[in-house]
Unconditional design. Structure first.
Length: 201
């Protein structure tokens, strides 16, 4: 039976996502070009542009998948134990740090994900929802915007840690053609001193 255009596009998208994820881990984000992804997936560049537009949008799809899979894996790992939601959040954070420390290319992917505008917004949205779910019962007076600010703060700390731990990665912010987050909340947070951060958060 002949596939519909939608079905064919879904197959092409899966091929591109698989190839991109594999090459990003093997070679790093900056060293992986669109042509390399398309050659590995055996998909022409025209189809890639029609489906994703640019490498950043493809990265956004990978970030969504990885975050959701990470949440599910931690819940499966802790199932059957008397864990609480805060323990789960701690396990998720530990997993992120361990993965970033385990491989320089994965560290680069984390830095990219926290830096590009589209991917950072996805992270902020998904983690804000997770933070509210975990901590709302302990912090009932906080609203969604407050949990959003907490995610901005923790994301800035994570990105700062990963960049400091790997100084040569700082050049990633100069990537040509990429759109980096200019979130005013993040700019404000980064302007605070260490004492301010403790007092305000």
């Amino acid at each position: 039976m002949k596939l519909t255009r939608e079905q064919n596009n879904e197959i092409l998208k899966r091929k591109l996502l698989f190839s991109a994820a594999k090459l990003f881990v093997q070679n790093g984000y900056t060293a992986t070009s669109l042509r390399k992804i398309c050659d590995d997936a055996k998909v022409n560049i025209g189809s890639f542009v029609n489906l994703y537009g640019c490498k950043e949008h493809l990265m956004s799809e990978i970030v969504k998948y990885v975050l959701q899979a990470q949440f599910e894996k931690i819940e499966m790992f802790l199932s059957g134990t008397n864990y609480d939601k805060i323990q789960m959040y701690a396990a998720e954070t530990t997993l992120q740090l361990w993965m970033a420390e385990a491989d320089e290319n994965i560290r680069e992917l984390y830095i990219v994900a926290y830096s590009l505008q589209n991917t950072s917004e996805i992270i902020q949205e998904m983690i804000t929802e997770k933070l509210e779910d975990i901590f709302k019962e302990h912090l009932p007076n906080l609203e969604r915007k407050d949990f959003y600010m907490l995610e901005i703060a923790s994301g800035g700390i994570m990105r700062g840690f990963l960049t400091k731990a790997s100084p040569h990665m700082a050049g990633i912010y100069a990537l040509e053609g990429e759109h980096y987050s200019t979130n005013p909340y993040l700019d404000e947070y980064n302007s605070w001193t260490g004492e301010d951060k403790v007092n305000r958060l």
